[in-house]
Design a protein around this ligand. Sequence first.
Ligand SMILES: Nc1ncnc2c1ncn2[C@@H]1O[C@H](COP(=O)(O)OP(=O)(O)OP(=O)(O)O)[C@@H](O)[C@H]1O
Ligand SMILES: [Mg+2]
Length: 269
Amino acid sequence: MLRIENLTKSFGPNVAVDAANVAVDKPAMIGIIGRSGAGKSTLLRMLNCLTDATSGRIVFEGQQISALKGADKRRWQSECAMIFQQFNLVPRLDVVSNVLHGTLNKRSTLATMFNLFPQEDIHRAIDILDRLGIAEHGPKRAEALSGGQQQRVAIARALMQDPKIILADEPIASLDPMNAQLVMQSLRAIHEEDGRMVVANLHTLDTARRYCDRVIGMRDGRIVFDGTPEQLTTGVARDIYGADDSFSEAATSTEIQTLDRPKTAQVVA
Ligand SMILES: Nc1ncnc2c1ncn2[C@@H]1O[C@H](COP(=O)(O)OP(=O)(O)OP(=O)(O)O)[C@@H](O)[C@H]1O
Ligand SMILES: [Mg+2]
């Protein structure tokens, strides 16, 4: 279904993603973990064509993604919707309109300028919000919602695109534990009920273990682990994070003490 072959991205002398290989044969819920700077966001951004690869290729259902241009590239970008840590909603716009923006790439500029949305799209947006448990907030401005609710609006906007893949870059990094759980449960449900693939960069190990079928561990741009949560032992996790003996399963990637730094140093996010 999805093949990533020798995918590499360099920024000058710095290799952000180094010859990554991943094969996915059916829709899965995949978590990507690793220390800050390991290359997780760069990998997601290449999947969504927000960043061009330096070399290697991405093939989805027989189509070479990394070679797409113009309208084909935009079509692919709507098939793999992206969710960000900071939600990226229009704060002063109402929730329903924010969700409807998920259909923008299918609408004319004129319709967009006047915020004209077909009735059926409006109904669909409300149904999606209802599914995510936030339909009652539809008329409110996005900025009036809590972080967790805003992230679910962002998920609703992504679903509006009817994507095959949802790419989530640290979707719960700004949320409290309760809201983080609601957002992860929503992503899990979307995967299980709709059969969509979800690929999420996660900064805590326990979240990856709990919600994902498969975990990919990155270190210094390379994929150093690819397996099930069961195979992700504490020893393997310590290796992915390059952490020392004080490594705790509950630690986040920004808290972990690493081998190549003094024990008292904080790893900067
Ligand atoms: N636009 C850019 N220009 C130059 N270097 C970049 C750029 N984007 C990323 N990098 C570098 O590539 C490497 C990987 O960055 P990336 O953002 O993919 O890491 P990450 O695993 O997502 O980290 P974090 O957990 O902090 O989000 C880092 O060394 C980073 O400094
Ligand atoms: Mg990142």
